[in-house]
Ligand binder design. Structure first.
Ligand SMILES: [Fe+2]
Ligand SMILES: [Fe+2]
Length: 308
């Protein structure tokens, strides 16, 4: 084996380990999405219930398998799990897309809003993009993952590979920020709908104020995207706002576990609170990794930058 071969194989290994980290996070998320759909359909929607349940049951062992694999697991086993995950998550993504349309057209009965299903469809596309990145295949367009005015391909870089791409770190940071700020803002918008009127008004107010702050930073991110300046300031602000939002979710989850909020429960499954907190933490981890990369122009600090 030549040095070049060894370097090449080392690179593949890094990519597979990075993919494994993503599988551990995302397969749990996808499993929970399937459960959310299943439990949110009207009891008369038997066929869709069974379909959602099938996804739930198929994703559970994949998720368990990802959790048992470690970084020394042979590469072909990880590659095989990627392959199987891609197959089922692509089907789940299509299911979510169809469901969004069915709800919009009022052709099925459910308590789930179409926007929420489209939200989790976007997350499936983001995850699929990460797996395609690892396999060297085309990633989805930015539009597909909800980043407006951009028909170009998304980067969807696995977190552990960010440090390998210092020359693209600004682009990665902006894409992740645009994606996750929108997702977090929608979480806050949705959560505010599920408190009990009269008894939990204060929680509605707090949640709405987080939604407003997230919306504000998202607008700033869209401006940065347009003018290609002000990234550092944006990232600092975004980190602060998402950290506050995450702290609120964590506190609320504790309160839900102990039934210590007014009236004991809210009108949403407690696991969804934890789910939203984990998604906020994923983005905070991305920001931490971005901050660790030494940028050639001496970032952080320079306010003008150009994507490569
Ligand atoms: Fe989610
Ligand atoms: Fe989400």
């Amino acid at each position: 084996m030549t040095d070049q071969d060894r370097a090449f194989l080392g690179e593949i290994r890094r990519e597979l380990v990075a993919a494994l980290e993503e599988l551990k996070f995302w397969l749990r998320i996808m499993n929970e999405h399937a459960g959310l759909i299943r439990n949110g359909l009207d009891p008369t929607e038997e066929r869709l219930f069974r379909e959602a349940d099938r996804f739930f049951m198929e994703l559970a062992p994949l998720r368990a398998e990802a959790e048992t694999l470690i970084y020394t697991t042979p590469g072909d086993r990880i590659a095989d799990l990627i392959e199987r995950s891609l197959r089922i998550v692509s089907k789940l993504r299509d299911f979510k897309r169809n469901l969004t349309e069915l709800i919009k057209e009022c052709r099925i009965l459910t308590i789930l809003p179409a926007d929420l299903i489209d939200h989790i469809r976007r997350e499936a596309d983001f995850f699929i993009g990460i797996l395609h990145f690892v396999r060297g295949e085309p990633t989805p367009t930015k539009e597909t993952i909800g980043i407006p005015d951009a028909r170009e391909r998304a980067l969807t870089v696995p977190r552990l590979l960010i440090s390998d791409m210092p020359e693209r770190v600004e682009e990665i940071a902006l894409e992740e920020t645009l994606f996750w700020l929108r997702q977090n803002m929608e979480h806050a918008d949705v959560l505010a709908l599920y408190f009990r009127p009269g008894i939990q008004n204060q929680l509605v107010q707090i949640t709405r104020s987080h939604a407003a702050r997230l919306r504000d930073v998202l607008n700033e991110a869209l401006e940065v995207n347009k003018h290609r300046r002000g990234l550092d300031k944006l990232l600092r602000r975004s980190q602060r706002v998402v950290m506050d939002w995450n702290a609120f979710l964590r506190q609320l989850f504790e309160a839900l576990l102990h039934c210590s909020i007014p009236n004991g429960q809210i009108n949403i499954f407690p696991i969804l609170d934890d789910h939203m907190a984990r998604e906020a933490e994923y983005y905070l981890e991305v920001l931490r990794l971005v901050g660790q990369v030494r940028r050639p122009q001496g970032m952080p600090g320079h306010e003008h930058w150009h994507p490569i």
